[in-house]
Design a protein around this ligand. Sequence first.
Ligand SMILES: [Zn+2]
Ligand SMILES: [Zn+2]
Length: 446
Amino acid sequence: MKASATLLVTVSAAVFGFSSPALAAAPQDELSATISRDLPGLMTIYRDLHAHPELSTQELRSAAILAKAARDAGFTVTEKVGGTGVVAVLKNGEGPTVLIRADMDALPVVEQTGLPFASKQRGTSTAGVESGVMHACGHDTHMTAWIETARLMAAHKSEWAGTLVMIGQPAEETGEGALAMLKDGLYTRFPKPDFTLAFHDSADLPAGQVGAAVGWALANVDSVDMDVKGIGGHGAYPQTTKDPIVLASSIVMKLQTLASRETNPLDPVVVTVGSFHAGAKHNVISDDAKLQLTVRSYSDETRERLLDGIRRIARGEAIASGLPDNLMPVITVKEPHTRATWNSPEFTQTAVADLKGKMGDANVIVTPSVMGGEDFGEFRRADENHIQSVIFWVGGVDPAKLAAAKSGGAPLPSLHSPFWAPVADKVISSGSEAITLTAMRLMPRT
Ligand SMILES: [Zn+2]
Ligand SMILES: [Zn+2]
């Protein structure tokens, strides 16, 4: 695509008369008109990215596409930052530094959308698991909008001043990528941002609608492994055993009290036991049971309290079952965990108000916080007293289907579903418009 260099310049209706209403429109309408014109080319990029998804840390092809697009737009591009990461810098005079991030990885999911450009790719994760690969989280829409944003910002250099740092981030799904880029010198080898921006497609909002939570946007995510030990034996002689299935069952039930009895009802938490494996045969009492938990919270204090509570409950129940000290449950909290994402409140409120004015009141909303996780928050946490940050949601659901689902119709696929097929043109156009408008506002030319 080629964006007009006069895109954001207000054009007087009087000059063109009433026969050219599009030209007489406000500047923001011209921006969306340009994005609409660019959309066929963007959809070609999107369909290509969608058909060629890559697993976390393996995003070589995607990274090369982003790097080339940014280079072609005039950015100085560095590749292989924190693995496959891309850093594209456009210095444009005195002013703030704004970082814009798109994540690039896909998921080990066998696509079932039936789309003509559905992924048929297979891959092997770094853990050695072979599976289908799919952009089931919509990171292909993020990358496509990133390309459009890079082009728009470059084409309108005369209308802003500052430094733009656009990054393609690897391995969001495994929670490693943001930290890997920071560790590889994102804030020392390249300009450190004053503001960080991103968006994520949403399976809960109507297509094209932009949303942002004020304050906590996404949660701390901890994966916890619990090995519950027992003393095995014959199923007919339980008195000679310490049954780990009964013990693990009571641990699972008692864990429910962490949320229901130990946490302030106004402080959202989740403790989910997603996996429970034990035993091999009807009449054999196993000697261990393995549980896998996901634990969600917002504040660091609440997170620590939940993890301490899990250890206490597991140990307490094991003691109550009569197990000796050397057979206490073994609990492993996986690191790195994903830390909660904070949308700087005043900054977010201003950005939402500004976008409302430009994209229309109904098209931009404040959304509730969610218990999902994202590693985007790491880019703010690396200097949290200075950097202001927001991650927007951009709706990807056909409004008619959303309305039908809300009134009892067929449930809709969520992110990570093999059926998740966002209304990509709307996500890409609203996403690139919201990010471009916000970046332009942060870097006014004075
Ligand atoms: Zn995801
Ligand atoms: Zn995602």
